[in-house]
Design a protein around this ligand. Structure first.
Ligand code: M6R
Length: 606
């Protein structure tokens, strides 16, 4: 995905655009660029690489000076990261920035070439710019409407027409876009953090809507050129939420925000000590009727679903199938009206998760979205919705969003178990009370995190490592492993500890560190046996377990002690040292922790 911004008002536009783009760099950082009206002329400045390259370039070559323009930060899909492929892209009288994907760009490009248009880049975006130019006969909205009828795919565009120097135009087809409303200034942005320091008021553009922004207000149209009245929304968090607040990285800050994020997420869903999801449209009668549940998501969100599966099956005795969204959507899943498909997504914009949700709906299943980003596509499309309240997550590596996703998995499981008569109200109250204790326990872990730095130092030179565990610990190890490889670039796998001797143990040497998670009382001895097997073959072992667990001398080289807690809830505690180990390993390797290479915060293309 990419980030797009636009501004028209009274401030220096280049400064506003660059500042807004810094808040969207999590969406992609292969290149950055802006286009600003300098008097009557559109001045484009763009550069491959991070936004810092663009600002440097503007320092040496001069910064466009004006009060209206558009900007972009790119995660490359069509065409390699290069100056030429960087946005903005232009036709003769039109310049645009684009987030999303234009699926029929090849056919359109051939048509435009046959009409005499010349192309400079390999991007699908330039096709949209040239098509706008092709249809432009003096009325920009007319050209935009005609272009929208031709383009297929999901996209959001910021557009400037050379003939209209005080106006920014914008379009949303699927890909997210908001219009910020300030005093004598207007903004567009792919996400609220880009504009929050200027205004908290915004319109959420819907699919197939066109915005015409001037300093004095915004008009919004549908694709039949009808003017629309939109509800003005107000962001319920402020600029502090998107700063680092003294932390070296957003990831570290977000790890520390986890206790508060859990409290904010679960407190509104507990009434009289019991889970209460009625507000989310989830009734006990409905839960009682369920025979089977699917959980579909990508990456970290999918890992939260795996924890959910273990918990739901254990306490509610309902079969749960967890699917990777990109597999689910193409594997012709067997679904019926009786099935519930839970979609988990931080951004609510992940293309595969959204497509999986739509497929489930087409096949008659009910969908429940667990989403962090308010008003996102998945949140708006689902039949039932539980918002997580992690606040904005800026680091590409997800931490607090995972934590609140699993908190919701627990709450939902308790409610399901109660509905199914597998636990009594008293038992349910006890479980809810235990869940409410997790934020304090996590805060305790965060106060004693120093040893995770030593563990990280032991991993820093490794080429590859293994995470092992059983049951809930295995579910958790998947997230530990993803976190590490995502930001440290060290290859790692998570493996069911009992499965090692069926092949994978042949990889174990002194050069292959192992992180073993053993928090489950009933499986502890079995996991320790597996640890001894890898230790005997030379592995350097880090053991994550609770204080009470005793192991013989020499079984583990490093040990991270978690406080005593309830077995069922241990993933919420044990994930914290795993996040910190990944974080410090990445720091020690000198990586850009918050913006790991080749990644973007959410993947809005297939
Ligand atoms: O926004 P989503 O939760 O749908 O994103 C899903 C994954 O792309 C995401 O969790 C990804 O795996 C994270 N970068 C992991 O830290």
């Amino acid at each position: 995905m990419c980030g797009i911004v636009g501004y028209v008002g009274h401030r220096n536009c280049a400064d506003v655009l660059v500042d807004a783009l810094t808040k969207l760099e999590y969406r992609g950082y292969d290149s950055a660029g802006i286009a600003v009206f300098e008097k009557e002329e559109i001045k484009v400045c763009k550069s491959k690489g991070r936004l810092a390259n663009l600002t440097q370039k503007m320092e040496t070559e001069g910064k466009p000076n004006g009060v209206a323009g558009i900007g972009h930060t790119r995660w490359a899909t069509h065409g390699e990261p290069s100056d030429l492929n960087s946005h903005p892209h232009s036709g003769d009288r039109v310049t645009i920035v684009h987030n999303g994907i234009i699926e029929n760009y090849k056919r359109l490009k051939e048509f435009l070439i046959s009409e005499g248009k010349e192309f400079k880049s390999e991007t699908d975006t330039e096709v949209a710019a040239q098509l706008l130019d092709f249809y432009y006969r003096g009325d920009p909205v007319e050209a935009i409407v005609q272009t929208m009828h031709e383009l297929e795919g999901s996209f959001a565009l910021g557009i400037v027409f050379a003939d209209f120097p005080d106006i920014v135009f914008a379009v949303r087809c699927e890909s997210p876009l908001i219009v910020g409303v300030g005093e004598n200034e207007s903004f567009i942005a792919s996400d609220v953090p880009a504009i929050i320091q200027y205004t908290k008021d915004y319109y959420l553009l819907e699919h197939d809507e066109i915005a015409v922004l001037t300093p004095y207000g915004t008009k919004i149209y549908d694709t039949h050129y009808n003017k629309l009245e939109k509800e003005l929304k107000t962001a319920d968090w402020d600029v502090d939420a998107i700063g680092k607040q003294g932390y070296a990285h957003f990831m570290l800050k977000e790890i520390h925000e986890q206790p508060e994020a859990i409290r904010k997420t679960i407190a509104p869903r507990i009434t009289d000590g019991l889970p209460d999801l009625a507000e989310c449209n989830i009734t006990l009668d409905y839960l009682r009727s369920l025979d089977r549940i699917f959980i579909v998501a990508c990456g970290t969100a999918m890992h939260a679903g795996i924890v959910g599966k273990y918990v739901m099956e254990k306490i509610a005795r309902v079969p749960v199938i967890v699917d990777i969204a990109s597999e689910f959507r193409y594997r012709d899943p067997i679904l019926s009206e009786k099935d519930l498909v839970i979609i988990i997504s931080q951004s609510g914009e992940t293309a595969d998760s959204k497509a999986a949700m739509e497929l489930a709906q087409q096949r008659g299943a009910k969908t429940l979205a667990i989403v962090n980003a308010m008003g996102s596509s998945i949140a708006r499309g689902a039949d039932m919705l539980i918002y997580t309240h992690a606040g904005p997550e800026i680091a590409v590596a997800s931490t607090k969003a995972y934590m609140v996703q699993i908190a919701v998995m627990y709450l939902f499981s308790f409610q399901l178990a109660l509905a199914k008569g597998k636990i009594s109200e008293d038992e349910c109250r006890t479980l809810v009370k235990q869940l409410e204790e997790t934020p304090d326990k996590i805060a305790e872990i965060l106060e004693h995190k120093e040893s995770t730095q030593q563990i990280a130092a032991s991993l820093v030179a490794a080429d590859s490592l293994l995470y092992i565990g059983r049951g809930l610990d295995y579910a958790l190890s998947m997230e530990g492993s993803l976190k590490l490889k995502e930001i440290s670039y060290i290859h790692s796998e998570s493996y069911a500890a009992g499965e090692l001797k069926h092949g994978t143990i042949s990889l174990i040497t002194e050069q292959m560190p192992v992180i073993a998670i053993a928090t489950q009382q009933d499986l502890f001895d079995k996991t320790v046996s597996n640890i001894k097997e890898v230790k005997a073959r030379g592995a350097c072992v880090t053991l994550v377990c609770t204080e009470k667990h005793s192991v013989e001398e020499g079984v583990a080289d490093f040990r991270f002690n978690l406080p005593e807690f309830y077995d069922l809830l241990m993933p919420m505690l044990a994930v914290v040292p795993l996040q910190l180990i990944a974080y410090y390993t990445s720091v020690l390797r000198g990586n850009d922790v918050d913006k790991p290479r080749n990644l973007a915060k959410s993947v809005t293309v297939e």
